[in-house]
Ligand binder design. Structure first.
Ligand code: GRF
Length: 213
């Protein structure tokens, strides 16, 4: 029997999206998370990985003199796991172009905004301040541009008058736990690819992101 596609997940914190992927793996076994790398020690995501018997590795960015030196170690660790796909799930380090290029086309990220709106941090606050009527999360292929790679899929939620930054954070995370497993399932089934910085879904170029409900 063929081995299932191998995933490496990069985290920096709570790892609730990692948990959603672990649960998907356990339910369907269509992929295997072979390693979880965190740039921060002792985060909850590492505990979640260990509880699921997944190998973990900390590469603490504060211990490296430069971003290049840190990313070289990150690449080394990733390569020891021989992944088919690298999944960024709340990984809070900007990657050097060298690292991105090494894994381009195999690297995806989840970002809490309807990209191209609001790259960077405090996305919920920005959506509120702009008076937006909807907010959401995006999964995109990672390119050299921060939060700028081509978007694969999005999930949306209306913003109500009662919403606060915190309520949006919480609601969006729950939605992300639907969005990310769906995109990963397309990925491991070979339905998605990046070509010349465009996304192809079932061999057709996407003109707009797929919408997950
Ligand atoms: C998510 O909201 C994701 O969009 C962003 O960081 C958060 C990670 O949350 N990139 P968690 O660590 O998966 O709980």
């Amino acid at each position: 029997m063929n081995q299932p596609p191998r995933l490496v997940v990069l985290i920096s914190g709570a790892g609730s999206n990692l948990q959603a992927l672990i649960e998907q793996q356990q339910a369907h076994q269509t992929f295997e998370i072979v390693g979880v790398l965190s740039n921060r020690p002792q985060v909850q995501g590492l505990t979640r990985a260990s509880a699921a018997n997944i190998a973990t590795q900390v590469v603490d960015h504060t211990q490296y003199p430069t971003r290049e030196a840190f990313d070289a170690e990150v690449a080394k660790v990733i390569n020891t796991w021989q992944p088919d796909w690298i999944i960024l799930a709340g990984y809070m380090r900007i990657m050097t172009p060298q690292l991105v290029q090494q894994f381009k086309g195999k690297l995806i990220n989840i970002h809490p905004s309807l990209l191209p709106k609001y790259p960077g941090l405090r996305t919920h606050q920005k959506a509120l301040e702009a008076g937006d009527h909807e907010h959401g999360s995006s999964v995109h292929f990672v390119t050299e541009e921060l939060d700028g790679g081509p978007v694969i899929a999005q999930i949306k939620t209306p913003i109500t008058a009662q919403d606060t930054e915190q309520s949006l954070v919480e609601r969006l995370k729950t939605l992300e736990h639907r969005l990310y497993p769906q995109v990963v399932s397309w990925l491991v089934q070979g339905q998605l690819r990046l070509q010349h910085d465009n996304v192809y879904f079932n061999d057709e170029e996407l003109s707009t992101p797929l919408i997950v409900t």
